[in-house]
Design a protein around this ligand. Structure first.
Ligand SMILES: [Zn+2]
Length: 310
C-alpha cells in the first residue's frame, strides 16, 4: 500500500499533496493565545516539522483527503487552487501546482469525483473547486455534488455583507471558487448534519467559521474525524484553548475543539486536521487540561522542501 494511504474499516483514505512549507507566520502571530512555554517544552517534536527553529516560522501543509467509501470518490477540502488572484493572501496568490497530477497518481480523474466536501469556505479549502478555462472559472469536478454548509455559504456570500475577522484575506474566493459551482447547480447546501453514506457523516462544528464542519468516519470498529481547521497545528492538542488568529468566534472555536477532541480521545478516533504536515493525523489521549499524542498515523512525512515527498 502506498505510504500516502491507509484503510479504516471499509474506507480508504489517501493524502493528496498540494503544498507544504512555511506560511509566513510565527507561532505568536498564528496562535496568539498559545504560550511560548508550550512551544519550548514540546520543541523536540514540534521542530522542525511544525515550526522552523531558525526562522520561527510555522510550517503547514495544504492537502486534500481523498476517501473511497461505498464505491464513491470523496474529496475533503480542495486546497488553494491554481492561478487564483489573492491580493490579501499573497502566500496563496497565483499558485501553479501539479495537484491534479497528484490526484491522478491516486487513481482519480476530475470526472471520477462523486462528492466534494468543503469543511468551510476559507481561501485554502475551496481553491480546486474550480479551474480557469480561458477567462472563466469552471467546476473542476463536473460530476460531483459539492457539499457546503448553508451557514458558511451565507456568511461568505458577498451579497450578505458580513465583516469577517479575516478581513479581505478571502477576497475573490466566493466569486471564483464557490459561486461557479453553485451556479452550475452542483452544490448541496446542508444544515445541521448530512449523512454521506453508512460510513461517513457531516456535522456542523461552528467557531472557526460559522459553518465549519467535521466529517466523522465510523466503519466497523474504526473511527476517525476530519476536523478541518479546528486544529491547525498539533500545539493545539496540548493547548486546546489556543485558537488560530483565523477563528471567527473564539469562544465557540474553543468549545468545539474541546468537544471534538474529547470525543476522539474517548473513542480512540484518528484526528485528521486539514493542514498537518509530518504524518498528517494522530490519535490523542487526555492529559492534564489538554491532550497528548498517543500515536501518529502511518502516512509518510513530506520532506521539508517538499515536492518530492508526496
Ligand atoms: Zn485552512
Amino acid at each position: 500500500m502506498p505510504a500516502n494511504q491507509i484503510t479504516l474499516g471499509d474506507v480508504t483514505i489517501t493524502r493528496v499533496w498540494e503544498y507544504s512549507g512555511p506560511v509566513d507566520m510565527t507561532p505568536e502571530t498564528f496562535f496568539p493565545e498559545s504560550s511560548p512555554r508550550t512551544w519550548e517544552e514540546h520543541s523536540s517534536w514540534l521542530e522542525p516539522q511544525f515550526v522552523d527553529p531558525e526562522t520561527r516560522i510555522v510550517n503547514s501543509a495544504i492537502q486534500t483527503w481523498l476517501l473511497r467509501s461505498e464505491g464513491r470518490n470523496i474529496l475533503i477540502d480542495t486546497g488553494v487552487g491554481n492561478h487564483k488572484e489573492r491580493p490579501y493572501s499573497p502566500v496563496w496568490s497565483r499558485l501553479d501546482t501539479d495537484f491534479l497530477d497528484n490526484l491522478a497518481e491516486a487513481g482519480v480523474r476530475p470526472e471520477d469525483v462523486d462528492i466534494v466536501v468543503n469543511t468551510h469556505l476559507h481561501v485554502d479549502h475551496v481553491g480546486w473547486n474550480t479551474y480557469l478555462d480561458g477567462r472563466t472559472w469552471v467546476p473542476t469536478f463536473p460530476n460531483a455534488t459539492y457539499l457546503i454548509s448553508k451557514a458558511d455559504f451565507d456568511f461568505w456570500n458577498p451579497a450578505n455583507e458580513h465583516k469577517p475577522l479575516l478581513g479581505r484575506g478571502n477576497q475573490n474566493v466566493f466569486e471564483d471558487s464557490v459561486a461557479p459551482v453553485h451556479e452550475a447547480g452542483l452544490t448541496h447546501l446542508w444544515e445541521d448534519s448530512y449523512t454521506i453514506d453508512s460510513n461517513l457523516r457531516l456535522d456542523l462544528a461552528p467557531g472557526h467559521t460559522p459553518g465549519s464542519s467535521v466529517i466523522t468516519l465510523e466503519s466497523g470498529t474504526d473511527r476517525a474525524v476530519f476536523v478541518g481547521d479546528l486544529v491547525h497545528n498539533p500545539v493545539q492538542f496540548v493547548e486546546p484553548d489556543a485558537n488560530s488568529c483565523f477563528c471567527e468566534d473564539p469562544a465557540a472555536a474553543r468549545a468545539t475543539r474541546r468537544r471534538i477532541l474529547h470525543w476522539a480521545a474517548d473513542l480512540g478516533a484518528l484526528v485528521v486536521p486539514a493542514h498537518l504536515g509530518g504524518q498528517g493525523a494522530a490519535e490523542v489521549v487526555r492529559e492534564g487540561n489538554g491532550f497528548v499524542i498517543k500515536g501518529w498515523a502511518p502516512f509518510a512525512p513530506y520532506s521539508s522542501t517538499s515536492k518530492e515527498a508526496r
